[in-house]
Design a protein around this ligand. Structure first.
Ligand code: HAX
Length: 435
């Protein structure tokens, strides 16, 4: 029997703590970034300031999870029997420990989450008390927050836990939360769109396949899609809104429930995770307007300019860091080319890939005219009958929870302090300018 996930983490944390302590001691004063006035007003774009261990985003190449890019993860990470896509459980193991797990180690995560997956009855009661047309992200965030009373971290803090040991209840809270998220997400889906008819988990299925099953989509292809989807949305380094928010709230030693719920609220913004909903809404509006048949390139261009000229953004395109097509988009495109080449919506998504970048370049504002992850995900979901696009960001949230909670555990391992950057007023800036 090899090391359990927790033992593996313990093995990794000592050297990392020493390394960070030494870096701060020996090089703490070294400058790694400067901040301009434009960056202060401009959402801190490009300012290197926060530390995040789990993944790194290169503007040209895209995301690397602990050093591995998406094709490498697809090739090396454990898969479900007969499947080709990585098991998200393996991605979680990688994000947490830095090592790609063996098949057995990934399956241990599946088994551990299965053990912890029971959702308290009061969560269903609370969800049922919300209007059924509350946005699915509101329901998701509320469900997570409602379980805060279960936090082992909060309990340990009350009982006087040492700072050095805080990672452990954070790890337990993370495992408990991740175990429950697919059931909660699927329940929200069933409640909102399928007459509140609950479907229970199958103890023989993996985490992602169970989410598919509990949503009521039993197609093995959709289970593969969920494995891919939940793997590639898991993490995007530390500065994006959901990761940064979770980290910030956690820095006040708020527990994983408070922190994740906040991160999910950030993901619910249309410039972030809600963009996948917006992309589908945009395409469906277009199809509704044009009627049956594929739109022409000219019709797409016209609609794009209409959107831009009315002061709105083209959802699914552009990125704060990336300057090339998002590899998460490409991974989904590869999936579509394999399973749904002739799908109507996929055809529109493919046309947009050709038509939007020149339009955005001509428009002259967006620094990155290329598609991001959200431009593609909706069309894959519609293909398998998940047409209710308001729900899409919840799936993003289930996946993103893996990355942001992993970072929260590392925040506690490294003892990172309360985050509190200095703010300045425009009056202060004016004084600097006059100097
Ligand atoms: N359509 C129209 N205009 C766009 C644009 C787009 N897709 N992307 C950027 N721009 C505009 C910006 O609104 C900004 O305009 P103003 O100067 O008038 O404010 C200008 O171009 C410069 O912006 P930028 O520096 O290129 O981009 P930002 O770093 O400020 O913003 C965003 C990055 C992702 C928010 C932006 O590209 C956008 O709004 N895209 C559409 C929404 C979207 O797809 N969001 C999902 C991103 C991926 C993600 O986080 N998923 O969760």
């Amino acid at each position: 029997m090899g090391l359990t996930l927790k033992e593996k983490l313990i093995e990794k944390m000592g050297p990392m703590r020493d390394q960070v302590r030494n870096i701060i001691k020996e090089h703490g004063n070294q400058v790694i970034s400067e901040v301009t006035i434009a960056q202060s007003y401009g959402g801190m774009r490009g300012v290197k300031s926060i530390v995040c261990e789990t993944s790194a985003l290169d503007p040209e190449e895209g995301i690397r999870f602990r050093g591995y890019n998406i094709p490498e993860c697809q090739e090396k990470a454990p898969k479900a029997k007969g499947g080709e896509q990585p098991l998200p459980e393996g991605l979680f193991y990688l994000l947490l420990t830095g090592d790609i797990p063996t098949q057995e180690q990934a399956e241990e995560v599946t088994a551990e989450w299965r053990k912890r997956s029971a959702v308290p009855q009061y969560v269903y009661d609370i969800l049922r008390a919300l209007p059924v047309d509350s946005h699915p992200m509101t329901q998701f965030s509320t469900a997570i927050l409602s379980m805060q009373r279960e936090s082992l971290f909060a309990k340990a803090y009350r009982e006087g836990i040492s700072k050095y040991d805080m990672w452990e209840p954070m790890f337990e809270d993370t495992m408990n939360l991740l175990a429950k998220l697919p059931t909660i997400a699927a329940y929200i889906y069933r409640r909102c769109y399928k007459g509140d008819a609950f479907i229970s988990a199958d103890p023989n299925l993996d985490w992602a396949a169970n989410l598919a099953r509990m949503m009521g989509v039993v197609d093995p292809e959709f289970m593969e899609l969920m494995r891919l989807y939940l793997s590639i949305h898991s993490d995007h380094e530390g500065g994006n809104v959901s990761a940064h928010t979770t980290h910030l709230v956690g820095s006040a030693l708020s527990d994983a429930y408070y922190a994740l719920s906040s991160g999910i609220n950030g993901l619910a913004g249309p410039l972030h995770g809600l963009a996948n909903q917006e992309v589908l809404r945009w395409i469906m509006n277009l199809k509704e307007k044009l009627g049956d048949g594929d739109p022409t390139k000219e019709q797409l261009e016209e609609k794009l300019w209409e959107t831009l000229n009315s002061g709105q953004v083209i959802p699914g395109f552009g990125h704060a860091v990336l300057r090339k097509t998002d590899p998460r988009y490409m991974a989904q495109r590869k999936f579509a080319l394999k399973y749904m080449q002739d799908d109507d919506i996929f055809k529109v998504v493919s046309m947009l890939y050709d038509v939007v970048p020149p339009v955005l370049k001509k428009h002259g504002k967006a620094k990155n005219p290329w598609p991001n992850v959200d431009a593609h995900s909706g069309c894959l979901l519609v293909h398998y009958g998940v047409t209710e696009y308001d729900f899409y960001p919840v799936l993003f949230g289930v996946s993103r929870a893996m990355g942001v909670l992993t970072s929260l555990i590392w925040d506690r391992i490294l003892g990172l302090p309360l985050e509190r950057p200095k703010t300045v007023t425009t009056e202060w800036i004016m004084k600097q300018v006059k100097k």
